[in-house]
Design a protein around this ligand. Sequence first.
Ligand SMILES: *Cc1c(COP(=O)(O)O)cnc(C)c1O
Length: 448
Amino acid sequence: MDKLPFERPIIKKIETGMPSKFGMRSSYQVISDIDGVPVKEIIENYGSPCYVISEKTIRETYKDAYRAFSTKYPKVQFAWSYKTNYMNAVCKVYHSEGSWAEVVSGFEYDKALANGMQGSKIIFNGPDKSIEDLTKAINNKSLIHIDHFDELYTIIELCDSLKERPKVAIRVNMDTGIFPQWTRFGFNYENGEAWDAINRIMVSGKIDFIGLHAHIGTYVMVASAYGMAATKLADLASQLYTKYNHVVKYIDLGGGFASKNTLKGAYLPGTDTTPSFDEYADAISSALLKSAIKPDNLPTLILETGRALIDDAGSIVGTVLANKRLADKSRTMILDVGVNMLFTSFWYEHKITPAQEFSGQTEVTKMYGPLCMNIDVIRESIEFPLLKKDDNFVISRIGAYNMTQWMQFITLRPNIIMIDLEGKAHIIRKAETQNDVVANEIVPDYLK
Ligand SMILES: *Cc1c(COP(=O)(O)O)cnc(C)c1O
């Protein structure tokens, strides 16, 4: 028998029968592989840390979400929210499932084109669209979602010079009973601004007004808020029909569905509290079907859901750099994953799991990243097994926003791999090198 590795003893107050807020104990099961690829092998081949994306989980989650909506409403179209994760390989998987592209900048727009998206299947959102961006989008017959009056006037001006009829929708913000209410994007419903914008578009006579859009927030835990948003958009569609005899082709309810992550300070884990796709779909479809819109005129329902589709498909595997007791005797662990590559650790209590066998002993642990900066904390406090230096771990549900909102700060970004449906790993973004980061720097001659 192999000699067991030494584990430093700890002294712990025994609190028999004292449940934590989630029950009697915290139980951990090793995650030793991702889709059949051993974590140790990933780290050996691709380095530590390494982002890992499961194509299987992307496709399964997509199909589940699409089924939830398409069984409750006759015409459904998804559009992949690029900013949530715009790795080309990831976008291509969504496009191959039938998803259009939803972009919020010229950079993302060009990425969608380069990924083979037809212009007419790109939804262009956001408050920042330059004249060049708008010109390109109008010429490509993309769906432009207008954010403010200045943008509308620019588009009206462009109609004449481009001799094209732009295809537009307006983004509408509204009270849906949730807090905070996002009013900075789009036109307000309650104060009549949205209706004002619609009238200006209709009387211009130069624009194809084809849709109504709302994106009410992000990580919205209340399905009924979407029902209220759908009701208000349907109401605008009916007014439009009454006054202009005009039918909109689609109603786009944006994204914002909560993923199964647990928000900091939440009492119960996200896996128990966040609504399912079926609950969101029920609320939206029921509002649209019982609205005043006539059955023949029912618009296509577009959804731009991001985080709820991709979060579960992403993990980051890493290595323990050190264990350390602070002056107050509290236990801390230094990981090679910092907030620079796990931006969402500012909002979520991420699930962290050992990647090899461990003893049953756990202790309250604070987890730091490797950065020389005080805010680099991955978990404030977690009852965690006593991993040793060089042990590996997996942080789960990190597919949304981390590969786009990451910061180039102190360290270089690591490899991203995708595991395909056959369990084969592919690098989809190479680890950065020194040169990738300094290539754009210029030292003035006098300092050379
Ligand atoms: C960010 C964004 C989305 C996706 O949001 P999630 O919270 O990731 O689902 C969809 N539509 C618009 C307009 C967005 O800005």
